[in-house]
Design a protein. Structure first.
Length: 142
């Protein structure tokens, strides 16, 4: 993933496919999610920390359909990243993922996050949700 938490090969954002920003400190999870999403023609941009995700998001938010955001990250928490993303784009579509539903997750949902995804994530349901939120059908449905 690199020291900045960015997967450089994921930067090719394409308007005809859903684009998802994945923010999680687990390189294994990022790699697995990116691989599974690519099978559904979902473009992924991966970050292992909040500052790198925010920097990229601030310059590219118009291209983003959905953000999948972990709660616990080094240097900046999921709720902090969510609030900063909302300042950049008040209409940002965020799904929170975590190993447990807790009061912080509920607060994020109350503040506008659209969904809670409990780890381990159900990829079939998540892909269907991404496609629904993006308004773009995946190539696998053609």
């Amino acid at each position: 993933m690199g020291s900045q938490g960015l997967a450089p090969h994921s930067i090719d954002v394409q308007e005809e496919h859903p684009t998802v920003v994945l923010v999680d400190d687990s390189d294994f999870l990022l790699t697995a999610m990116e691989s599974l999403f690519s099978t559904a023609s979902i473009v992924t941009v991966c970050f292992s920390n909040g500052p790198a995700a925010l920097e990229w998001f601030s310059e590219n938010y118009q291209k983003v359909d959905v953000v999948l955001l972990d709660m616990r990250l080094p240097g900046m928490s999921g709720p902090e990243i969510f609030e900063k993303m909302k300042c950049i784009d008040p209409e940002v579509k965020v799904a929170v993922h975590s190993g447990e539903f807790n009061p912080e997750v509920q607060t994020m949902l109350d503040r506008g996050a659209l969904r809670f995804l409990e780890k381990p994530i159900n990829y079939t349901e998540t892909i269907a949700w991404i496609e629904e939120e993006s308004g773009i059908a995946s190539a696998s449905k053609h």
